[in-house]
Write a protein that binds this ligand. Structure first.
Ligand code: AMP
Length: 304
């Protein structure tokens, strides 16, 4: 079903551990012991943090880690402190058995799947260090406290796994900016690898939340990426305002969709862009759109 490079998986098996199963750890101590043993052997650690309900987007990160590091560790933890909506947290899909099967097929060595008490032994406290505009605009504004939760859990996981390289998806554009800042400030030895968004054939970005869409919502959700691709294809031909307006009309024709934000921003500062589109060389479309009750996010970096 997914693009699994078996040659690379086999190569990795020889260089690292005998891969007949994914080792599942549920405690911090057990992972730390394992990581220390592997590092003592001089092996590099690749780390892919996830919230589970794995799909080909996650597996693309695992594939990359398997190619580039000796030991691939994936975590599955539905982090309560990054959810600002209790229904979203409660309805987050959980598919552990299927996840483990996919991880094994992809050549992942270790799955860290801790219970909440293991990650938050003293309560659901968040790291509130100020990261500036990248945490307060857009997702930061619409999901108050979300990035504090992200910073908190990613830092805890980095402290435990001590990865050589960590792999994140561009699908979560602002999250990548926040993780890059976290690494720059506190984990300068970790190498951040950002991987492209994996999409369904019809263009919808893969997301664990897509399984919550009914048939009509699933069809209508494709308008989000189509609208982004329209802007990319017509970049330089119209002003940004015209492009965005046309895109919003296209999305608005779908009953299930309600736009929270959909616009073009400076890809480094997140400043809203306007005017002559060809004048902007660093642009990204960022979108958050409700499809029924399900909130979908997507983005596209403009290639001028
Ligand atoms: P999540 O389980 O949603 O927290 O995502 C875990 C990691 O997978 C994050 O780095 C995401 O950006 C990445 N990811 C999620 N969806 C995709 C996708 N469609 N393509 C590539 N990476 C993705």
């Amino acid at each position: 079903m997914f693009n699994i490079d078996h040659k690379k998986v086999r190569k990795n098996k020889q260089t690292a551990v005998n891969q007949t199963k994914v080792i599942v750890f549920k405690t911090v101590q057990a992972v730390q012991n394992y990581v220390n043993e592997q590092k003592a052997k001089g092996l590099s650690i690749g780390f892919v943090p996830t919230m589970g309900a794995l799909h080909a987007g996650h597996i693309s990160l695992i594939n990359k880690s398997v190619q580039e590091t000796n030991i691939c560790i994936c975590s599955i933890f539905v982090n309560p402190t990054q959810f600002n909506n209790i229904t979203d947290l409660e309805k987050y899909p959980k598919t552990a058995d299927a996840d483990i099967k996919l991880l094994l097929e992809a050549g992942c060595h270790v799955l860290f799947m801790p219970p909440v008490e293991e990650m938050y032994p003293t309560g659901l406290l968040k790291n509130t260090e100020d990261f500036g505009l990248i945490t307060t605009l857009l997702e930061g504004e619409k999901r108050p406290g979300h990035f504090d939760g992200v910073k908190t859990i990613v830092a805890k996981l980095f402290d435990i796994v001590k990865p050589t390289k960590t792999f994140f998806g561009q699908k979560d554009y602002q999250q990548v900016m926040v993780v890059a800042e976290l690494i720059k400030r506190h984990y300068p030895t970790i190498q951040l690898c950002i991987e492209p968004t994996v999409r369904h054939e019809d263009g919808l970005a893969m997301s664990s939340r897509n399984v919550r869409l009914n048939k009509m919502q699933r069809e209508e959700a494709t308008a989000i990426s189509k609208a982004m691709f329209y802007i990319q294809e017509n970049w330089g031909l119209h002003t940004i305002e015209q492009l965005v307006q046309n895109a919003l009309i296209f999305i608005g024709a779908n009953k299930s969709l309600q736009v929270e934000y959909f616009n073009v921003y400076n890809s480094e500062t997140l400043e809203l862009l306007s005017g002559n589109s060809s004048a902007h060389l660093k642009a990204v479309i960022l979108a958050a759109v409700f499809c029924g009750e399900v909130r979908l996010i997507d983005n596209l970096i403009i290639k001028p």
